[in-house]
Write a protein that binds this ligand. Sequence first.
Ligand SMILES: Nc1ncnc2c1ncn2[C@@H]1O[C@H](COP(=O)(O)OP(=O)(O)O)[C@@H](O)[C@H]1O
Ligand SMILES: [Mg+2]
Length: 312
Amino acid sequence: MSLASPKFTRPSLSHSTSDLTHDAVPLQHIDEPTVPSAQLSIKNVTKVFQGKQDLFSKLSRKTSRDFTAIEDITLDIEPNTFVSIIGPSGCGKSTLLNMIAGLSDISSGEIFLNNQPIKGPGPDRGMVFQNYALMPWMSVEENIRFAVETVYPKMPPKQLTRIIKENIQLVGLTGAEKKHPHELSGGMRQRVGIARALAINPQILLMDEPFGALDALTRGFLQSEVERIWEQQRKTVIMITHSIEEALLLSDRIVMMTKGPAAQVNEILEVPFPRPRNRETIDQHPAYHSLKTEMERHLFRETQAVEAARIR
Ligand SMILES: Nc1ncnc2c1ncn2[C@@H]1O[C@H](COP(=O)(O)OP(=O)(O)O)[C@@H](O)[C@H]1O
Ligand SMILES: [Mg+2]
C-alpha cells in the first residue's frame, strides 16, 4: 500500500451528453455507473476571513488584511467511515469542520451532503465541542431533551423519553440523569455532549478535539468508549484531533493537513486495523509503527515550517 497517494479519489460521475441522448436506447435502459457516491463531498473549498478595512478600524489603527485559512480543499467521505483530521495548530481544521457543520460560510467551492449543497446547520449533522457547550442550568436529561425537542418539536413524549434514556445508557450515564454539568467531571460532561449529538440521530457526527480538555486517563477511557459506540452505530464520524494514537485507534482514514495559511490536504492515510480495536494490542499490528512514524514526520515537518515562518 502506498501511503503517499490520497485514497479518497473516486471516478468521475460525469457522462458525456451523447451517452444520455442516444437515439436508439430509451433512457430507463441506460445503466448508471455503479460508482459509490460519497456521503459528504468537499469540492474545492476555500475559506477567506475578511480583513477589517472600515473607518473605525482605520481610526483605531486596527485594520487587517484578508486571510486565506484553507485553500482549494477537495475531499470525499464515504458513509460509515470514521475519519480523523490532523494538522498543526491553527491550520484550519476547525474552520473546515465549522463549514461542514454549516456554522461558517464557505468563501468558494461547495460542500455536498448526499449530493445536496450545505447551506447551514441541520439535524443531519451532530456536533461535539471540545468545551462541551452544555447548558449549565439544565440537567443531563434536560440538555439532551432540549436538543431533541429543538430538532423534532413534534416528537411524541414517549418516543422522546425513550430516545433520551437510550442515549444516556449508550454513553454510560444511567443514574446521572438529574445531575447538572457542575456536578459532573470533564469526562462525564463530554459523555453528555456525545449523547446529545447522537440523540438527534445525525447522519454525520462532527467532533472538534472532543477529548482535548480531558486528563490523559479520562481521555483514554473515553476514546475506548467512542470506539465501542462506533462499533454499535457505525455512523460517519469526522473528528479533529491532535493525538496520533487517538487517530490510529479510532479512524478508518486520517486526513493530514498542511500548515496554514492556505492550508490543504497533504495526504490521506488508510488505517487497516481490524475492528473491534483494543488500545492494548493495536500497536502489535504490522502497519501500526509505520503509520505512526508517517504521521509524526508529517506533524513535525509542518510544525517546524510554522515555527520557521514565525521567526522570519
Ligand atoms: N473568525 C476568524 N477571523 C479571522 N481569522 C480566523 C477566524 N477564525 C479562525 N481564524 C484563523 O484561521 C486559521 C485557522 O483557524 P482554525 O480553523 O481555528 O485552526 P485549527 O482548528 O486548525 O487550530 C488561524 O490562523 C486562525 O487565526
Ligand atoms: Mg481548532
